[in-house]
Design a protein around this ligand. Structure first.
Ligand code: J2J
Length: 539
């Protein structure tokens, strides 16, 4: 395995192989197989581009060869920041073919995240789109190139300006003969929602990720007739693998790339491509349900709407069928591994009130109290998990790994759940220092560290405040140094530091001092309580 990653213990790995979870296939080999099995079926639709499996395979091979000619080698890390375009899949599979390792970042990330990741990963290349959603990624690329000299190549989908266009790299010879990396090696990096000062990288192997993809495709009943709309950014673990774009390709179905998840963009695509399945975060599901009431678009092809990434309110869940005319599947997952689904054929109650049960019989789940002891069945506690597709450690993060994992290899999710006798879980809250802003994760410490660099900030704490639409919004509570900074000043400061827009605090509150716990630490619980009282509408 790539250095600085934590492998599964050998006997555990052997058990996962014996059970047939890990089958020794790589994503590169998978595409070769799919191209043989589904040659002329449409694999991906993106704007005016339609690629069959054979074409996707061919383009990925040529891109792999072109990348090799540029000097990209097996195990090299490549930061990939692409929106939902055909090049997303071409690049992913080209890197898999080559055995180079994509670090998947979100289109919303900015220099703060990308520079850190490019350095931490020691990336040799950075792949971006020219523009997307009003943002010019070439500007960001210039900054990354200047600040991270190890990034030797910037490859651009679209108008490359002074950089190399992705299309020109395709000119390479046929790369279908590349053997890529070993199935037990790292295939890709996902990013953690995080709780710490810097985003953590999640190494996923071919064996483990393909298992979660294949099993997800089976659980979701995917077939070559499945037409999946990638509405959320495909780089995120949910639309990538649960079952997401990879699961749909694994089943020989068609992936339709939506450049934006708004009903204005997504509904015409559903109608035109007869989309059968898609996945959303709760606020988007609410927006779609509202818009569906008056839409003139035909959404009748849609069979299942998956909702995950944040808690979907039971009351909203109950309205999916009537408003969108399809079934709801709840998905509770994490880029670190464990994914839970509600499944077709289960009583409605499970679909409407739980976040599903784990993919695998070999997913081990413990629900524990603060002391680490298992709580009685049905009682709330923190979910700990280990299994055939849950990592044993973040990349190059020994210190953090010592707290994020138990000594016997369970990942501490930081989620508070209740487990039903059926194995279904209900997500009730969290103990981690993170804000879940409608599915977008914000690590409090990361934003606090940025705030602390402002000269008028003595101390800062970022906490969640309840929000009817997003579930939670971020609130930065600031103890000023001298004249208090204005919210606009602080936001501009964070933007200038290159923080992703979704991490910029929605509210700023100025206080004289923070409530502290018995040991003198900031009491975020007390802070949230005080804020809730302060922000509550006056009766
Ligand atoms: C409550 N909280 C949820 C849910 C995730 C599938 C689906 C989602 C993700 C994802 C994913 C939740 N109800 N239904 O990777 O493959 C919160 C939990 C969890 C964290 C993980 C997938 N679904 N969450 O959201 O890595 O707090 O993955 O630990 O972005 O999201 O976030 P992330």
């Amino acid at each position: 395995m790539l250095p600085h990653c934590t492998p599964w213990p050998e006997e555990t790995a052997a058990r996962y192989r014996e059970a047939g979870h890990w089958r020794g296939e790589t994503f590169g080999a998978l595409l070769t197989r799919l191209a043989a099995e589904h040659a002329d079926r449409v694999a991906v639709v993106a704007g005016t581009v339609r690629l069959t499996y054979r074409e996707l395979d061919d383009r990925a091979s040529r891109l792999a060869a072109g990348l090799a000619a540029l000097g990209v080698r097996p195990r090299d890390r490549v930061v990939v920041q692409l929106p939902n375009v055909a090049e997303f899949l071409e690049t992913a599979f080209a890197l898999f073919r080559l055995g180079a390792i994509p670090v998947f970042t979100l289109p919303a990330h900015r220099s703060s995240e990308i520079v850190h990741l490019a350095r931490h990963a020691e990336a040799v290349a950075y792949v971006v789109a020219d523009e997307h959603a009003g943002f010019d990624y070439r500007t960001l690329a210039r900054q990354v190139r200047d600040e991270v000299p190890g990034v030797r190549h910037v490859l651009v989908a679209g108008d490359a300006e002074e950089f190399t266009s992705l299309e020109s790299v395709h000119a390479g010879a046929d790369g279908s003969a590349f053997t890529g990396s070993a199935p037990s090696d790292v295939a890709l990096f996902q990013l953690s929602g995080g709780t710490t000062g810097t985003p953590k990288m999640i190494p996923r192997t071919h064996d483990d990720y393909l298992y979660s993809v294949r099993a997800s495709a089976e659980i979701c009943g995917l077939t070559p007739d499945t037409v999946y709309l990638a509405a959320l950014p495909a780089a995120h673990n949910f639309p990538m693998s649960s079952p997401g774009v990879f699961g749909v390709l694994h089943a020989g179905g068609t992936v339709v790339m939506a450049p934006q998840p708004s009903p204005t963009v997504a509904f015409p695509l559903i109608e035109a491509e007869r989309v059968t399945l898609t996945g959303l975060v709760p606020p988007l599901a609410l927006l779609w349900m509202e818009t569906a009431k008056t839409t003139s678009h035909d959404l009748s092809s849609l069979r299942v709407l998956q909702v995950g990434g944040a808690r979907f309110a039971d009351t909203a869940a109950a309205r999916v069928r009537d408003t969108l005319g399809c079934d709801l599947q709840q998905v509770y997952g994490m880029a670190e591994g464990l994914v839970c689904y509600t499944r077709a054929g289960e009583p409605q109650e499970f679909h409407l009130t739980t976040q599903g049960r784990p993919i695998s019989a070999d997913d081990e789940v413990r629900v524990v109290d603060a002391a680490g002891n298992e709580v009685p069945p049905g009682e709330p506690g923190e979910l700990l998990t280990r299994g055939p597709y849950t990592i044993r450690g973040y990349y190059r993060a020994d210190e953090h790994n010592a707290v994020a994992f138990t000594p016997d290899g369970f990942y501490r999710t930081g989620d508070v759940v209740r487990r039903l006798p059926s194995g279904h879980v209900i997500v009730e809250g969290r103990v981690k220092d993170q804000i879940n802003r409608g599915g977008e994760k914000v690590a409090a410490e990361e934003v606090e560290n940025h705030l602390l660099t402002h000269p008028a900030v003595r101390d800062a704490a970022v906490v969640a405040v309840p929000d009817r639409f997003l579930g939670e919004r971020t609130c930065a509570v600031v103890v000023p140094r001298g004249e208090p900074p204005t919210p606009a000043e602080l936001r501009a400061h964070l933007r200038d530091r290159g923080l992703a827009p979704y991490k910029i605090p929605d509210r700023v509150e100025i206080v004289d001092a923070f409530p502290v716990t018995g040991v003198g630490k900031i009491s975020k619980r007390e802070l949230r309580r005080a804020l809730a009282a302060r922000l509550a509408p006056t009766p």
